[in-house]
Design a protein around this ligand. Structure first.
Ligand SMILES: C[S@@+](CC[C@H](N)C(=O)[O-])C[C@H]1O[C@@H](n2cnc3c(N)ncnc32)[C@H](O)[C@@H]1O
Length: 184
């Protein structure tokens, strides 16, 4: 599958991660998005959460830590994205709150975690969500951005077998909503 948008975004993040002032501008529009997701998920302060799909500029993880007062483990299956992410987190002064870890989203220990925030570009979503639903504690929350119809060829879809308990409007061209799923 040719994911032009995902590949371009990632290449852009590699560049931006070395230019901190520009990366701060780049992340700005996502402040509202993450604020909405924190409202949707309602996670207690100082909880441990997972952010899946850190990328070289893990702004979602940093906003979760800053606005939600959370401890965030941001994971990525690309080792060089993780190297860049670690350096960027350190430059942002967030290393005491956010750690970047190189791993697949389908073999990570979830026992300390209460929620996972899944990036739009993560795939395969079905396997990732199945793993969390099978291995997360009861009450574990999954927050995932739902690809818009217009860009459906660019992102892996959320499997229809999982029913969202709630969602919040985000209004981005590539995703209109963030959805909330809870393990029963
Ligand atoms: C370019 S980033 C965008 C995320 C953005 N930086 C953020 O903070 O929200 C998306 C990343 O997701 C990673 N990714 C995709 N599928 C994954 C999976 N199954 N497990 C871990 N990382 C994954 C990719 O390697 C890519 O680096």
């Amino acid at each position: 599958m040719n994911r032009i948008i995902s590949n371009t975004t990632k290449g852009f993040e590699y560049l931006l991660s070395k230019i901190t002032p520009l990366s701060r501008l780049y992340m700005q529009p996502y402040k509202r998005i993450v604020q909405n997701e924190l409202y949707l998920a309602d996670i207690p302060s100082r909880s441990n959460v997972l952010q899946i799909g850190a990328g070289p500029v893990p702004y979602t993880a940093v906003y979760l830590a800053q606005m939600g007062n959370l401890y965030v483990t941001a994971i990525d299956r690309d080792p060089s994205a993780v190297r860049y992410a670690r350096e960027w987190i350190w430059k942002m002064g967030m290393a005491n709150r956010v750690e970047a870890v190189y791993t697949e989203a389908i073999d990570y220990d979830l026992s300390r975690m209460v929620a996972a925030f899944i990036a739009l570009q993560v795939e395969p979503k079905e396997q990732v969500m199945d793993y969390i639903m099978n291995n997360g504690n009861s009450g574990f929350k999954i927050i995932v951005r739902e690809p818009s119809k217009r860009y459906s060829s660019q992102y892996d879809p959320i499997p229809s077998k999982w029913i969202a308990v709630s969602r919040i409007y985000q209004g981005m061209p590539t995703f209109k909503h963030s959805n909330l799923y809870i393990k029963t």
